[in-house]
Write a protein that binds this ligand. Structure first.
Ligand SMILES: CC(C)(COP(=O)(O)OP(=O)(O)OC[C@H]1O[C@@H](n2cnc3c(N)ncnc32)[C@H](O)[C@@H]1OP(=O)(O)O)[C@@H](O)C(=O)NCCC(=O)NCCS
Length: 335
């Protein structure tokens, strides 16, 4: 292991979403809701829902393959794969191991990271540290979720909000510390764990006829409280990160927030005094894809040329735990 701190950058991005589109109109045929209610409260018009062959590892592998190709690397050059997910294919082995096998990656480090919707920013912090310390040279960081598998499709207050998908980036050594990944900051507060959680399926409530009858294997959420916390902690961590790196909010070219709800993003934009037009938003087409939301948005922003070389980018995440995080990037390449 080298003792120098290596700069870290993003070398390539990729994403993959299920083929099946489920519109608000389609949902309104199975639960008591409407396109008007969903769109006005959330900004979502449709989401992707995985088919039987679209597991978290399968979508993650497709996104990962695209990111490795975009980085111009061979699979043999990837030293580690981190899969950020709260909907792994199974409790063990890790989804990262399954992705490693599907992509034919070297038999080195592979593990899952669970920080719910903040997973990708947490993963960025861990992957960056591994590269900075010289432990690994190239890390494949994947956010992949098949949230449809833990949604109670009879609960209109949650089933309209989420969708499936995956995004990935390859991280490697950059040229300077003020380029690529400039800084990452994360936070957590377990005292609010029950604002957003899935009670069953873990070791405290293993699957049983009773737990299934009590619908404990589905996501539960106090939407109002989650909304309030999301805005407050993302504002605070964004300002802390900018202060630490001496960056003024006016210098930010693009914000890529966790894609949960346009009203959260709009409120955050006002509080941060960064124009909403600088926020990249694609939640209208995907809903909340949890740990996949930021890398999926990054890949779309790159492809749409909203995210361009030289731009200063702020990532903002929030999720169950509660967890949250922010990252500051100077997008690689010359202006
Ligand atoms: C979920 C959310 C959109 C709900 O909006 P809200 O304005 O807070 O709505 P409420 O939960 O107070 O519900 C208001 C009413 O709408 C109803 N409602 C809830 N879901 C509905 C739906 N899909 N369709 C129609 N009505 C619905 C409720 O039953 C309630 O009816 P009542 O007043 O008769 O009891 C909002 O709280 C939110 O976005 N929270 C953040 C969630 C989030 O992003 N979580 C993920 C974080 S990673």
């Amino acid at each position: 292991m080298s003792t120098a701190s290596h700069p870290v950058t993003i070398l390539g991005t990729g994403s993959s979403v299920p083929a099946r589109v489920v519109t608000n109109e389609e949902l309104s045929r199975t639960v008591d809701t409407s396109h008007e209610w969903i769109y006005s409260r959330t900004g979502i018009t449709e989401r992707r829902i995985a088919g039987t062959d679209e597991s978290a590892s399968e979508m993650g592998a497709r996104a990962g393959r695209a990111a490795i190709e975009a980085a111009g690397l061979a699979p043999s050059e990837i030293d580690a794969v981190i899969a950020c997910t709260m909907t792994p294919d199974m409790p063990f082995p890790s989804t990262a191991c399954l992705i490693q096998q599907k992509l034919g990656l070297p038999t080195r480090t592979a593990f899952d990271l669970q920080a719910a919707c903040s997973g990708f920013v947490y993963g960025l912090e861990v992957a960056s540290a591994l590269i900075q310390a010289g432990v690994h040279r190239h890390v494949l960081l994947v956010g992949t979720e098949r949230i449809s598998s833990i949604i109670d499709w009879t609960d209109r207050s949650t089933c309209v909000l989420f969708g499936d998908g995956a995004g990935a980036v390859v991280l490697g050594r950059g040229v300077a510390h003020d380029q690529g990944v400039i800084g990452v900051k994360t936070g957590a507060d377990g005292s609010d764990a029950k604002l957003l959680f899935m009670p069953g399926g873990g070791s405290s409530v293993p699957a049983s006829a009773e737990s299934i009858a009590a619908r404990q294997h589905f996501l539960r959420m106090n939407g109002r409280e989650v909304f309030k916390h999301a805005v407050l902690v993302m504002e605070e961590i964004a300002l802390d990160l900018l202060r630490e790196h001496g960056v003024l909010r006016g210098e930010i070219d693009l914000v890529i927030p966790h894609q949960a709800n346009f009203r959260i993003i709009d409120t955050l934009a006002s509080r941060l005094e960064i124009p909403y037009s600088k926020f990249f938003v694609n939640l209208d087409r995907y809903g909340n894809t949890s740990a996949a939301s930021i890398p999926l948005a990054i890949d779309e922003a790159v492809k749409a040329e909203r995210l361009r070389p030289g731009q200063l980018v702020l990532l903002l995440a929030f999720g169950a735990g509660l967890t949250w995080g922010a990252a500051l990037l100077r997008w690689p390449g010359n202006k």
